[in-house]
Design a protein around this ligand. Structure first.
Ligand code: ZN
Ligand code: ZN
Length: 509
């Protein structure tokens, strides 16, 4: 391994050697990296350290794999931009707030699913707008139940979804101090198979030290002018009592330190947080880390609220393949196992209804993403914060349906990169489109139009696309009351998820 210095950053020229969990993981990674190289121009691949995430579909019968959604990025909006957006009363959902690769890939997946539903519900004499762009194999099939008024879809039998991320999701998955690192062990499985055994129980031996913590993406600029973190015990106590009342693993029946007015160690300092992250309570960011988002998706599904009304069951990724920085035990904890509650293991009769946790198989891969070099965080004096680690705010997003080319976003504004003209579909009628095809507003438009075309009930006939957050929440409530109820249960009663940071009535996503 050679190293050199580029400005204040040391750059290692090869990724650390790694061991794959199985051949299937390498196939998923290889396919994802290939697609990334096809889509993103080489000058932008070489200039920076990339974080890539994808969703890949697998068809068991044919053993065929194909990439359906892709995101590349490491940026997110600063608190200042988020606050100005709220203050200016601008149309809700035009900016993509979180341009981390995983968040972009998931948005691309939403677009992909919505367009596939559009194709499936199109009357047979109408050519769907994106027919020529459809991948050869469909993910969804109609499973309309008798007596229902709206069409209902499910993932086709034999099709599974798989997520790939070139680096361990930021946040809890890279919080390694509470687990002993174990190298991946290669398993000689056939190339179409992945390990399928249940996750072993997760010991919650250091919860007060932050072992299970939810974390936000640290906006270094947000801390300027604010007092440094020393949690007021009187404030933290209320949080702590809440945390202690519903133990995650049965060991924390009460939180004694709360009654004595002292905070948990993890709440008195942020030293233990992985670089680029902060606690939910410190006023230094409000966008959740990718680890926390994956955890939420493994509870509620990837499809989101509005789309859930079209699906017979939530959509989950069966496996999660990770490139750099994978510690399997930490990743398991981060994306699913830390949400296991004592009550969820008991009879459901006297416990709140939390959804069943989906535990994806966590896989390592030896396939490398970076062609040139990676920034060595350890030798950077500016390791913390969002914009210092990487050299560009360009982010990329693509899905295998209805997008002829990859979109380039500016991760610091959440809008399309201004001079990007590579995709005519990024331009609206007057040629001035600035919003991404995966921003909340455009995705909502898509689903509202779809509902207008498919629904025979009064709920669905609305053609108005919500322009504000309260309107959007009201629409979700009308269209997907069950999903919203489940989400509310989690965000108000689940011992871990109820710490989810919310901006006013807004759930930060
Ligand atoms: Zn992230
Ligand atoms: Zn798990």
């Amino acid at each position: 391994m050679s190293s050199s210095t580029s400005g204040t950053f040391a750059v290692r020229h090869v990724e650390k050697r790694r061991i794959s969990t199985c051949r299937f993981a390498d196939r998923v990674a290889e396919m994802s990296v290939d697609r990334y190289r096809q889509l993103v121009p080489s000058e932008y691949r070489q200039a920076q350290q990339a974080c890539l995430a994808t969703f890949v579909a697998h068809e068991a019968d044919s053993d065929r794999l194909w990439v359906i959604a892709l995101g590349v990025g490491t940026k997110f909006l600063t608190e200042a931009v988020l606050e100005s957006e709220q203050r200016d009363n601008s149309v809700y959902g035009t900016r993509v707030r979180d341009c981390h690769a995983e968040a972009l890939a998931r948005r691309a997946l939403l677009r992909y699913l919505a367009l596939e539903i559009e194709t499936l519900v199109a009357p047979s004499d109408t050519e769907p707008s994106n027919a020529e762009l459809q991948p050869p194999v469909r993910l969804l099939e109609n499973c309309r139940a008798l007596g229902t008024t709206n069409p209902l879809f499910r993932i086709r039998h034999g099709i599974t979804l798989h997520m790939y991320t070139s680096s361990a999701p930021c946040g809890n998955a890279v919080l390694k101090k509470f687990a002993t690192f174990q190298r991946e062990v290669f398993r000689d499985l056939p190339p179409e198979q992945w390990p399928s055994e249940p996750h072993p129980p997760m010991p919650g031996h250091a919860i007060p030290f932050g072992q299970f913590a939810l974390l936000v993406k640290h906006d270094a600029t947000a801390a300027i002018g604010r007092p440094s973190l020393t949690i007021d015990p009187s404030t933290s106590a209320s949080v702590l009592v809440e945390s202690g009342t519903a133990p995650l693993d049965g060991k924390l029946e009460t939180n004694r330190s709360a009654s004595s007015g002292k905070g948990w160690p993890a709440q008195t300092t942020t030293d233990w947080c992985p670089p680029g992250t902060s606690t939910v309570w410190k006023q230094a960011g409000s966008i959740h880390t990718c680890s926390d988002k994956l955890l939420r998706w493994n509870l509620l599904g990837l499809q989101g609220s509005l789309m859930s009304s079209y699906l017979s069951a939530p959509v989950f990724a069966t496996t999660l393949t990770v490139g750099r920085k994978l510690s399997n035990v930490c990743c398991r904890r981060a994306v699913c196992c830390r949400a296991v509650t004592k009550t969820s293991q008991r009879k459901p009769s006297n416990s709140p209804t939390f959804p069943k946790i989906h535990h994806p198989a966590i896989l390592g891969t030896a396939v490398y993403l970076d062609e040139t070099g990676i920034v060595d965080m350890a030798s950077s004096r500016q390791a913390e914060g969002q914009d210092v680690r990487f050299h560009s705010t360009r982010c990329w997003v693509w899905c295998a349906s209805g997008m002829t080319a990859v979109e380039c976003l500016d991760g610091s504004t959440g809008f399309l990169w201004p001079e990007d003209t590579t995709d005519c579909q990024q331009r609206n009628k007057d040629g001035q489109r600035t919003t991404s095809l995966v921003c909340t507003l455009v995705l909502t438009e898509l689903l509202v139009q779809l509902r207008g075309r498919t629904s025979s009930d009064a709920l669905g006939t609305t053609k108005a696309v919500p322009q504000s957050l309260p309107d959007l929440l009201a629409l979700k409530q009308r269209v997907s009351p069950r999903h919203e109820q489940t989400k509310q249960n989690l965000l108000s009663r689940h011992p871990l998820l109820r710490q989810w940071k919310q901006r006013g009535s807004r759930c930060t996503t």
